[in-house]
Design a protein around this ligand. Structure first.
Ligand code: NOJ
Length: 561
């Protein structure tokens, strides 16, 4: 097939969703703002830094940017402890700077998604402070309960915090006596709100409107599956209470939560254009996740099983089949993601042996000491994995730095680690700092252009070997991860943003082969080279790929006539 024929195939496939349904096939770039770019040389990323880098994101070829929480916060959990929902954390900038950023992003054709944290506030939020002072109305917005035991010295139930330890903390009453306990599914500094109290719902609808009125295009919803708890807060018993694998735990994924999102959807739909939501919901199955995607609820939800899949054709295919089947039942689009700010970066996940099952960060951490990481192999597989991801039907999220091929930083000195997981686990779980290290932009040594002033010290230390992985170093290297992402995103716009369904093609064990429209994506996760159908190769993740052969740990997009 000639180049001209190939481009006419692309034009035919451009029957994508209409402008109102942009999120169905969008590629969204996640900005962990503390670590993206620092404009005032304090070693912490900020809105000014992000504004200067918007052209980089537009050139990369993404459609939208999701910004992790940027609201005033004591930063006990990286901003997921919000003290004020209608303002900007001073370390990140001002409300005016945020409004300027939204406008500038729109001028470049980029949409902006924010991150709303409705399950809990910061313990410094004015509501919780009033609750601690004994204000009954404020207290009723949180989940305070008497303790168990003769002297109420035991927590009200057996739930665990996701960061380790019990999910309850006892307060001292205003008169100095030992008081009730309050629930926090995360850190004690993150008290859970009581969503059965209508004042909580009203407040959050008002917060949504505050940002929608400022032209924000939508929200990622933090812990979307946690807002409703089972009546009476029963003990969980021997069930696993962690975010993943939480089947039928009374703290998570309760049916009542869906009523909240039906109300939110009405708010989003009252805007022109309608605003969108993407859920962070760790639930026990693709079917449960699809419940959040019913037509009158949320638009999208991250498919975390894909992110938990090893680089193995059999497991990846199983996940893709499950996810697409469950999404189809409710008529929703799937949302693919390989990495985020909570998970060991996928270059590192793929750099060790790949078990035949889904894994999580705890498991990854456990093997750090025992199995060395082959990062060259991890990057090779990551190149193939992004091509698979971008060929799938639905939307995709990229996590900042994956386009540079950054690996997890596993050797952050203990005294510099900041994640509450590290602290609350009694320094046994290294936590999530390793995927949150500030980005390298340019130069030969830290801070690698993250801050303009070379004397600035990033809030987490950057490895010296990142000198070859800066955006500037990769810019002119045609074989770099950055240029692979740019090429893949540009080709995706042309060939993969239609609503063509996925068709599996016959392929040997260890390989994946699928077709979308007239383009095929082949991925070889097996131990040896396999035959590749003859055709017009659009892109390969590897180098020196000969027509007719698909090497190991490699993906190819090919138009077969
Ligand atoms: C999920 C967020 O992604 C994570 O970073 C945070 O610690 C928890 N929710 C609690 O808000």
């Amino acid at each position: 097939m000639s180049a001209r024929d190939v481009s006419s195939v692309g034009e035919r496939l451009q029957r994508g969703p209409g402008p109102e349904d942009w999120w169905k096939t969008a590629v969204v770039y996640q900005v962990y703002i503390r670590s993206f770019a620092d404009s005032d040389d304090d070693g912490v990323g900020d809105i000014g830094g992000l504004r200067t880098r918007l052209p980089y994101l537009a050139e990369l070829g993404v459609d939208a940017v999701w910004i992790n929480p940027w609201f005033p916060s004591p930063m006990y959990d990286g901003g997921y402890d919000v003290a004020e929902y209608r303002d900007i954390e001073p370390a990140f900038g001002t409300l005016t700077a945020a409004e300027d950023l939204i406008r500038e992003a729109h001028d470049l054709g980029l949409k902006i998604l924010l991150d709303i944290v409705p399950n809990h506030t910061s313990s410094e939020h004015r509501w919780f402070q009033a609750a601690l002072r004994g204000d009954a109305a404020a207290r009723a917005r949180y989940i305070f309960r008497p303790g168990r035991g003769d002297n109420a010295e035991l927590p009200p139930n057996d739930w665990s915090s996701n960061f380790g330890g019990p999910a309850w903390t006892r307060v001292t009453a205003p008169d100095g006596s030992a008081g009730e306990w309050y629930l926090h599914l995360f850190a004690p500094e993150q008290p859970d709100l009581d969503w059965t109290n209508p004042e909580v719902g009203d407040e959050f609808e008002d917060i949504l409107r505050f940002w929608f009125d400022r032209d924000v295009d939508g929200f990622r919803i933090d812990v979307a599956h946690g807002l409703s708890k089972a009546d009476g807060l029963p003990d969980a018993g021997p069930r696993d209470g962690s975010l993943a694998g939480n089947a039928f735990h009374p703290a998570w994924d309760q049916d009542e939560v869906h009523e909240i999102y039906r109300r939110w959807r009405k708010v989003a739909d009252s805007y022109d254009p309608p605003r969108v939501f993407v859920a962070e919901a760790w639930v026990s199955s693709s079917e449960r996740l699809a419940q959040y995607l019913r037509a009158d609820e949320l638009h999208a939800a991250f498919q975390f099983d894909f992110l938990r899949a090893p680089f193995r054709a059999d497991v990846m295919r199983q996940v893709i089949e499950d996810v697409t089947a469950a999404a189809a039942v409710v008529g929703a689009a799937s949302t693919w993601v390989l990495s985020n700010h909570d998970i060991v970066r996928h270059v590192t996940r793929y750099a060790r042996s790949q078990p035949a099952r889904l894994v999580d960060s705890d498991w990854e951490h456990a093997r750090w000491g025992s199995e060395s990481a082959d990062l060259t192999l991890g990057r090779k597989r990551a190149r193939a994995a992004i091509m698979l991801t971008l060929s799938l039907p639905g939307g995709a999220y990229l996590y900042q730095g994956e386009e540079l091929g950054l690996a997890e930083v596993e050797d952050i000195p203990s005294e510099l680690r900041q994640d509450p997981t590290w602290i609350q686990s009694g320094h046994t779980d290294p936590g999530r700092d390793g995927c949150r290290v500030p980005l390298p932009w340019s130069g030969e040594s830290p801070p690698f252009g993250f801050s303009a002033d070379d004397a600035s010290v990033p809030w987490l230390p950057q490895p010296a070997e990142w000198a070859t992985l800066t955006a500037a170093a990769e810019e002119h290297d045609s074989e770099s991860m950055l240029n692979l992402y740019r090429r893949a995103l540009s080709l995706r716009r042309k060939y993969f943003t239609g609503l063509d369904p996925l068709t599996w093609l016959e392929s040997s064990a260890g390989t994946l082969a699928l077709r979308r429209g007239d383009v095929q994506c082949w991925v070889n996760t097996g131990p040896s080279d396999v035959p590749l159908p003859q055709g017009q190769i659009l892109l390969t993740s590897g180098f020196g790929v000969d027509s007719g052969v698909l090497p190991v740990d490699t993906a190819v997009w090919v138009v077969v006539s």
